[in-house]
Design a protein around this ligand. Structure first.
Ligand SMILES: CC(C)(COP(=O)(O)OP(=O)(O)OC[C@H]1O[C@@H](n2cnc3c(N)ncnc32)[C@H](O)[C@@H]1OP(=O)(O)O)[C@@H](O)C(=O)NCCC(=O)NCCS
Length: 158
């Protein structure tokens, strides 16, 4: 996705050359527990996940890059039917608490609005994942319903 100017992060396509950095940041705290789709057990698995992230037939995914060009995290959308896309994200530990995730979700929404026919962003957040619940609050995303283990949030793409 093209640079958007005013933001502290931008979204870019994943590349094969991202492998080492991807392996490093995707093994940071909370990724295995809360966003397993991004978590590689070893380098071989990291390669497979990166391949999946580069193949946008089933998913829409981007790496999140800061102003210095650091690869700071990832965001992935999985089309789950009826115009809904389930969103997962993570930010590497060194880059958290800068508002990067909040910005990345907003940029992702703008991308979906322009380039897809998706109508709703859908998020599953574990009950104990207060940090991600804060991201939802900061973005004004509405709680849709609760399950035994987590909270489902829905946002109409606007
Ligand atoms: C959840 C997670 C993605 C949040 O990433 P993040 O970039 O730190 O989140 P935000 O963009 O919302 O940044 C928020 C923090 O930055 C602070 N901040 C600093 N500058 C800011 C700015 N300019 N704008 C907004 N927030 C700012 C906020 O105060 C906030 O702190 P708080 O959470 O204590 O309230 C990250 O903790 C993570 O990767 N966790 C592990 C994986 C995970 O849980 N994924 C989600 C699964 S549902």
């Amino acid at each position: 996705m093209e640079e958007l100017g005013k933001t502290n992060v931008i979204l870019k396509e994943f590349q094969e050359s991202d492998l080492d950095e991807f392996y490093r940041i995707a093994r940071n705290k909370g990724v295995k527990k809360f966003v397993k789709v991004f978590y590689p057990e070893d380098m071989e698995e990291a390669r497979m996940i990166l391949d999946m992230l580069q193949d946008n037939t089933n998913y829409i995914s981007f790496k999140i890059v800061d102003r210095e060009g650091n690869f700071v995290g990832g965001i992935l959308g999985d089309k789950i039917g009826r115009g809904k896309i389930d969103i997962s994200y993570f930010i590497g530990e060194d880059y958290r608490k800068n508002g990067y995730c909040t910005e990345a979700v907003s940029l992702f929404e703008s991308y979906l609005k322009e380039k897809s026919n998706m109508k709703f962003m859908h998020f599953y957040v574990a009950k104990e994942n207060k940090k991600s619940q804060n991201v939802m609050k900061r973005l004004g995303v509405k709680l849709d319903h609760k399950t035994d283990t987590g909270i489902i949030y829905l946002k109409r793409i606007s």
